[in-house]
Design a protein around this ligand. Structure first.
Ligand code: H2U
Ligand code: ZN
Length: 350
């Protein structure tokens, strides 16, 4: 038997951020693929859609009217999953079944008044305004005594269940720290206690030395395909400086954050010449009043596409029953993303 080669042999990888494992089967990606070659998606939307509930000046489903906003616009979600005034209390049955009241706030953030744009089609200064809104939302929601965690995210594309192509994201802020951020807190705390350093700062240093999973970088941010990525083209966006939340980013860091978001999402669109769907979001310290020196702000991108604009990965079968699995390696995915141009394909002639 030869030595374990991560590019060829089946193996499992540890995710130090969640403490979970991933199965990697690189030998399977050598399977022949005769998928369809799809034409680039050059469809256009109007800059303003009178039927869109997020466009400026339009009336929303519940009758509220959007202001004539020119930059970003945040409002309370009219159909929020969480409400601040939910009755308190717990329900227990037989020492086995347990339910707890949960309260919180839902917000919607319009990234731009332009109905026809997405993040990769927006300018860096305009994306910077989105970063500023994230900071404002985190600061105001996180300061509330009834909010202990603020989840900021974007769900993009119909395949991700996004209901409206108008560029927007959401904020769900709540009383408890939910699943993944709670796992990441435990893992980062354990690492910090043992080493006195940020887990992700050490990880970033390792990746910068290796140079195999880095996709792009600038003065203040690095984008990489994490060693433990489960989705084919999953990426992690990391600030070089350890900060616990987005409000701590300096002016220059916020600009560079916008820069990497723009460059990454352009590469994503160029990969399959389509408006690339994903769920993406910030992971930040809980706002529970504790110090969280272990926390290192980061942004995850979880895109479902695998081989083309229509051939996606499903988390099914073994993955639903056991743990996530991938065929193409994170190293290969990073190389594919690195090779792509940073000019949006819609801005080049066919
Ligand atoms: P998506 O990001 O999944 O497309 O959701 C958009 C959100 O916008 C969704 O949570 C809210 C929905 O509740 N919404 C309003 O707040 N007002 C409306 O008039 C329609 C949709
Ligand atoms: Zn719109």
């Amino acid at each position: 038997m030869s030595a374990l080669d991560l590019a060829q042999h089946p193996h499992r990888r540890f995710n130090p951020l969640t403490g979970e494992w991933l199965l990697v089967s690189p030998h399977r990606s050598q399977r022949p693929w005769q998928g369809q070659q799809e034409a680039p998606d050059r469809s256009q939307r109007p800059a303003y859609d009178p039927t869109c509930y997020l466009c400026a000046g339009n009336t929303r489903a519940n009758g509220a009217v959007n202001p004539a906003y020119t930059g970003t616009f945040a409002f309370d979600n009219d159909f929020a999953a969480l409400t601040p005034d939910a009755p308190a209390g717990t329900v227990e049955m037989g020492g086995l079944l347990r339910a707890e009241a949960e309260s919180g706030v839902g917000r919607v953030i319009c990234f731009s008044p332009r109905h026809d744009l997405t993040l990769p089609e927006m300018s860096t200064p305009d994306i910077r305004r989105v970063v500023d809104v994230w900071a404002e939302e985190f600061a105001s929601l996180g300061a509330r005594p009834d909010i202990n965690y603020v989840q900021i995210f974007e769900n993009k594309g119909a395949v991700m269940g996004c209901s409206n192509p108008h560029p927007h994201g959401q904020v769900w802020a709540q009383r408890t720290v939910p699943g993944d951020p709670a796992k990441e807190t435990v893992q980062q705390q354990a690492y910090f206690q043992q080493h006195g350093r940020s887990l992700l700062a050490d990880y970033l240093e390792l990746e910068l030395n290796e140079q195999v999973r880095i996709v792009l970088e600038n003065e203040h941010f690095v984008v990489l395909v994490p060693f433990w990525a489960a989705w084919p083209f999953e990426t992690l966006v990391l600030p070089r400086r350890v900060v616990q939340d987005v409000t701590q980013l300096t002016d220059a860091e916020r600009d560079r954050f916008a820069d990497v978001i723009r460059r990454l999402t352009i590469r994503y669109d160029n990969l399959f010449q389509t408006s690339f769907p994903y769920s993406a979001g910030l992971h930040q310290r809980p706002t529970d009043g504790q110090q969280h020196p272990e926390w290192h702000l980061h942004m995850h991108f979880f895109p479902p596409l695998l081989r083309s604009a229509t051939v996606r990965k499903f988390m099914v079968g073994y993955e639903l029953l056991a743990n996530p699995q991938r065929d193409i390696t994170p190293e290969y995915a990073a190389q594919r993303l690195r090779e792509l141009p940073e000019v949006h394909y819609k801005q080049t002639t066919a």
